[in-house]
Design a protein around this ligand. Structure first.
Ligand code: UD1
Ligand code: UDP
Length: 378
């Protein structure tokens, strides 16, 4: 029996990584038709993931502009999806996380009275400006969604506190663990064109991109890295720099020509995930890395003032250090100089899932579509 059509919409690198396992799982179900629409809010960084997971979108809005802002992404996604939704009339629109694509795709589906499933629902800092605009994007998406796929019990609790009905929430684990477990291999060989890192050195893996860190905070972070590299001669800093010129220009200016700094283009997910596995310590303001690194047993210093991912902090593998130069140096120095302190943080835990999140999500979607196509009320 044909169950219906699911349209999966996403636009950026992390959404693509975390939706890829869901798409693969959906495609295994013969009686569901899966349509993939990308907004391409990111272009190259999105294409890297599409290529790796061999996803060929049915629709591509090709939105990205070099100097895009929140207004242009919002209107571009809204206007772009209108025609696609009107033509395809899916039975469910599936969105992920907290980007502007996420929220606006959910809004467009709402305008068409199409139910929305939200993957990675319920993450909260409870501070509407941090991270900006993600906290508001995911909160507003929750208001619009019918199905809430919460990665953890904490996320479920957050949704319940906002009066989302318990029967609309499923705790599934985070699909990033599905992607990660598929991608990290003990015998992985880095490609021949991989930067010449000295794997005998301790690798500090760094990523930064958060809007609320743009400007002086980002400069403070980079100053801290310089200080650490001066103090510890056995470390190499590997920094795949986000494509955003607001990040890239400052990073290149401050760190570009320094010894033992490798500023490289964003890596494909496979080398990146395996590089995480081979790192000593991770410093990042990314959301996804806070979920991946704990399962690889790598300590993470989070270069932000808030986190919506308290589980690994509670477990002890992730520390929220903020963006103050001295605070970053102090915490990193501790982990670089004390084996005991390092070992306290470097153990593999997996509060974010067991690699089966996508299966659980697709099971719920199948049931939802079944009830809907049988004419029963969801
Ligand atoms: C976006 C999301 C953020 C998510 C992040 C993941 C919003 C508002 N922000 O932030 O939630 O955590 O993606 O990385 O939804 N660029 C390229 N090539 C690319 C990607 C980006 O050149 O493949 C450059 C472009 O100049 C673009 C700029 O980066 O204008 C900013 O991209 P944008 O998606 O607006 O913001 P991010 O900071 O990437
Ligand atoms: N990532 C990648 N290549 C890189 C840097 C990051 O594939 O050079 C992956 C990383 O493993 C994680 C995701 O991209 O799964 C995180 O993306 P980002 O930090 O841009 O977004 P966030 O998670 O903060 O929304």
């Amino acid at each position: 029996m044909y169950l219906g059509k699911v349209m999966v919409v996403f636009g950026t690198r992390p959404e693509a990584i975390k939706m890829a396992p869901v798409i693969k799982e959906l495609e295994k179900i013969d009686n569901i038709r899966t349509v993939v629409a990308v907004t391409a809010q990111h272009r190259d960084m999105l294409d890297q993931v599409l290529h790796l997971f061999q996803i060929i979108p049915d629709y591509d809005l090709d939105l990205m502009k070099k100097q895009q802002d929140l207004y242009s992404i919002t209107t571009g996604v809204l206007n772009g999806l209108r025609e696609i939704l009107e033509k395809e009339r899916p039975d469910l629109v599936l969105v992920h996380g907290d980007t502007t694509t996420t929220f606006v795709a959910a809004l467009a589906a709402f305008y068409e009275k199409i139910p929305v499933g939200h993957v990675e629902a319920g993450l909260r800092t409870h501070n509407k400006y941090s991270p900006f605009p993600e906290e508001m994007n995911r909160s507003l998406t929750a208001r619009l969604a019918e199905l809430h796929f919460a990665p953890t019990d904490t996320a479920r609790e957050n949704l319940l506190m906002e009066s989302v009905a318990a029967f609309k929430i499923w705790v599934t684990g985070n699909t990033v663990i599905d992607a990660l477990l598929d991608t990290v291999h003990p015998d992985y060989q880095f490609p021949p064109d991989f930067p010449a890192l000295d794997f005998k050195h301790r690798l500090l893996l760094v990523t930064t991109h958060r809007r609320e860190n743009w400007g002086n905070k980002m400069r403070d972070i980079y100053e801290a890295l310089i200080e650490l590299a001066d103090e510890f001669k056995d470390i190499e800093v590997v920094f795949p720099v986000h494509k955003n010129p607001i990040v890239k220009d400052v990073a290149m200016e401050m760190l570009g020509n320094r010894e033992r700094f490798h500023l490289i283009e964003p890596l494909d997910y496979e080398p990146f995930a395996n590089l995480m596995k081979n790192s000593y310590l991770i410093l990042t303001d990314s959301g996804g890395l806070q979920e991946e690194a704990p399962s690889l047993g790598k300590p993470v210093l989070v270069l932000r003032d808030t986190t919506e991912r308290p589980e690994a902090v509670k477990a002890g593998t992730v520390k929220l250090v903020g963006t103050n130069r001295q605070a970053i140096v102090k915490e990193a120095r501790l982990l670089l100089s004390s084996q005991a302190e390092y070992e306290k943080m470097a153990f593999a835990i997996n509060p974010y899932g067991d690699g089966k999140a996508s299966q659980r999500i697709v099971k719920v979607i199948s049931e939802f579509l079944y009830v809907r196509s049988s004419g029963m009320k969801n």
